[in-house]
Design a protein around this ligand. Structure first.
Ligand code: SF4
Ligand code: SF4
Length: 170
């Protein structure tokens, strides 16, 4: 091939490639955008319910939780992220009882596998789908999940079964 035809061949290949690229750019200009303009869209941002980022221990309006300090979540955690510290107290009727003292969780160690939540027999912990958890100091990733002054929620006593007439059974 002569140098002139090589020149034109290269020129046409370049123009073809340029037009192809421009057609893709032009097409993308009109397709629906899926990228998020974060953080400007904080108010409208939708985070999936399945997103796990922060372990929490729900407390009710009486500052009571459901953790019995059994330690099962700590035993099942594959990398030592949870530390359940318990203490023994004496109840009003003189019995000894183990209760939760502090429940510590380290976000920096957690793999978000959810084993702790799945194996908790009391349904006492759950994952939230928060997403702004960055801190400047790793120590701040260590959290105490039970609130100050909180206590174990007493189980409601089941009412005795009623007789068909409405009175109590013998
Ligand atoms: S999600 Fe997994 S790694 Fe994180 S605390 Fe629970 S069991 Fe441990
Ligand atoms: S969170 Fe659940 S599994 Fe963990 S210590 Fe409390 S009751 Fe036991």
């Amino acid at each position: 091939m002569s140098s002139i035809s090589e020149y034109f061949s290269g020129l046409f290949t370049g123009i073809k490639s340029l037009l192809l690229g421009m057609s893709v750019t032009w097409k993308e200009l009109w397709t629906k955008k899926v990228t998020q303009q974060y953080p400007e869209n904080r108010d409208t941002l939708v985070i999936s319910e399945r997103w796990r980022s922060e372990l929490t221990m729900p407390h009710d309006e009486n500052n009571e939780h459901a953790c019995t300090a059994c330690g099962i979540c700590q035993m099942n955690c594959p990398n030592g992220t949870i530390k359940v510290n318990s203490k023994i107290i004496e109840t009003e009727d003189g019995k000894k009882k183990k209760i939760l003292d502090t429940y510590q969780w380290d976000l920096g160690m957690c793999t978000f596998c959810n084993l702790c939540v799945l194996t908790c027999p009391s349904n006492a912990i759950k994952f939230e789908n928060t997403y702004e958890n960055a801190v400047f100091n790793r120590e701040k990733l260590k959290q105490q999940l039970n609130h100050e002054g909180s206590k174990l929620r007493e189980k409601k006593k089941e009412e005795p079964p009623k007789s068909p007439e409405g009175g109590l059974k013998d």
